[in-house]
Design a protein around this ligand. Structure first.
Ligand code: GDG
Length: 421
């Protein structure tokens, strides 16, 4: 039994052959160091369907696997979590689908997670529930284990009340969240949106806790090698995203194309991690991105010198640091993003004031990183203007952001949430 339990959809591991390897993703990047420091266990799905595993530990973290079968994966994960809640909470960039069967699976899987937490949690333990896939867990725990202290943190945006009210199961989700001792959001706007759904005298405690990174875990590596590998360009730009329609990758490519049309000599590295590939909107996003990469390289590239270096697979974290440090301009242009840790990781790799960040106004990170070159990703010209400004950056701006990110790290985030809880 544990006095501290983190519960998230995914365990922070992937199986590679016979062993388990730490997996990429915002949530994992944020929580692994916290859990190691505090002890406790992490309840989550190991990432393979139809696999029943006993609890095990890796990297100093106690892991408690929750099994999902193939129907759980399609209806709970791809369905309700990522084809209903994800687009609804990201302001309908694509239309959410409302499906009773998916909802029933969401309820069933949330019950399974809650049951697993109950088994692991000591009397009076603190349980920290993570994210949109598990919004029913706090309500279930409150009913069956009133001794537990339950906190919930939403990593993605919370939509305006009018959008949320589209959800046929809004009452069930709201009443579960209201059972929390504390609900944390990324931005003040998310918190206000949520409170807008409650009666004025509602007693549930909410707060704003912008997530951050572990600056020590991301190091500059070998930037010279990266620049050399892409032909030592005049101006090197970088994008790093999951291949997700919220991230605005296509718009960024169109802006890059316009920049080249205007005669600027630049090279772009776009790293896109495969994500949710069985969902049609994700496949469409990939097709559009890859068509644009091909067209732009066809127009502006030469043999042996593409203008866009595009990679559609994960890269090692150590390598990622080299890319961040090598880039003159980082492009972070989501239509909507809870925070965006990539923006903060880039800043952490520029302690000397070098580099510049082009950042969407619609990323949570824009609330803190106002010295970035802000843009509206819905207007390609706005991204182009920010790129032009970022090509002649003021080093004071990067220094100010570096100071902020290194003093407001993920340890401070977790400590402030847990202290408030
Ligand atoms: C959700 C919210 C919120 C990416 N490619 C590789 C790789 N990554 C790592 C990055 C970064 C993480 O994945 C991505 O985090 P983001 O925050 O940018 O985005 P989401 O995955 O959408 O995360 C987001 C976050 O939760 C935390 O609350 O900020 O708004 O959407 O850490 O470095 N890591 C490695 N190889 C890759 O190829 N190793």
């Amino acid at each position: 039994m544990y006095d501290f339990v983190v519960v998230a959809n995914r365990l922070p591991v992937d199986r590679v052959g016979e062993r388990w390897q730490a997996s990429p993703g915002g949530l994992v990047a944020a929580l692994a160091p916290v859990l190691r420091a505090r002890g406790g266990c992490w309840v989550g799905w190991p990432g393979e369907t139809n696999t029943t595993l006993a609890p095990f530990s890796t990297g100093g973290i106690e892991l408690v696997p929750v099994a999902l079968d193939e129907t759980d994966y399609t209806d709970f994960y791809e369905g309700f979590s990522n084809s209903t809640l994800w687009p609804l909470y990201h302001d309908l960039i694509v239309a959410p689908q409302y499906d009773q069967t998916w909802w029933e699976r969401y309820v069933a899987v949330n019950e399974r997670f809650a049951l697993s937490v109950e088994k692991q949690a000591a009397h009076g333990a603190t349980v920290w529930v993570q994210d949109y896939q598990l919004q029913l867990v706090p309500g279930l725990l409150r009913k069956r284990r009133p001794d537990l202290k339950a906190g919930f943190f939403l990593h993605i945006p919370f939509p305006s009340p009018d959008l949320f009210r589209q959800l046929p199961w809004r009452e069930e989700i709201l009443s579960s969240l209201e059972a929390c001792d504390l609900i944390g959001f990324q931005r003040g706007t998310d918190e206000q949106n949520f409170r807008g759904l409650l009666p004025a005298d509602a007693s549930v405690r909410t707060g704003t806790f912008p997530i951050s990174i572990d600056p020590k875990a991301i190091t500059p590596g070998d930037p010279a090698r990266v620049r050399e590998a892409v032909g030592d360009p005049e101006l090197l730009m970088l994008g790093v995203d999951r291949m997700d329609y919220t991230k605005g990758i296509l718009q960024r490519l169109l802006a890059f194309e316009q920049l080249l049309e205007s005669g600027v000599d630049a090279t772009l590295i776009q790293l896109a991690t495969p994500s949710r590939e069985r969902i049609e909107h994700y496949r469409k996003t990939r097709r559009e991105v890859e068509a644009a990469v091909g067209r732009i390289n066809g127009r502006f590239g030469r043999i042996g010198r593409p203008v866009i270096h595009y990679v559609h697979h994960g890269v090692a974290k150590e390598e990622l640091g080299s890319f961040y440090a090598a880039a003159d301009i980082m492009l972070v242009t989501p239509f909507k993003d809870g925070m965006n840790l990539v923006a903060k990781e880039y800043v952490a790799c520029h302690p000397d004031g070098s580099g510049a960040l082009v950042l969407s106004e619609f990323a949570g990170a824009a609330v803190e990183l106002h010295e970035a070159y802000l843009c509206n990703p819905f207007e390609v010209d706005s991204i182009v203007r920010a790129m032009h400004s970022a090509a002649h950056p003021d080093p004071q701006r990067m220094r100010a952001m570096y100071e902020w990110v290194t003093t407001h790290d993920v340890d401070a985030w977790a400590a402030s949430f847990l202290e408030a809880l």
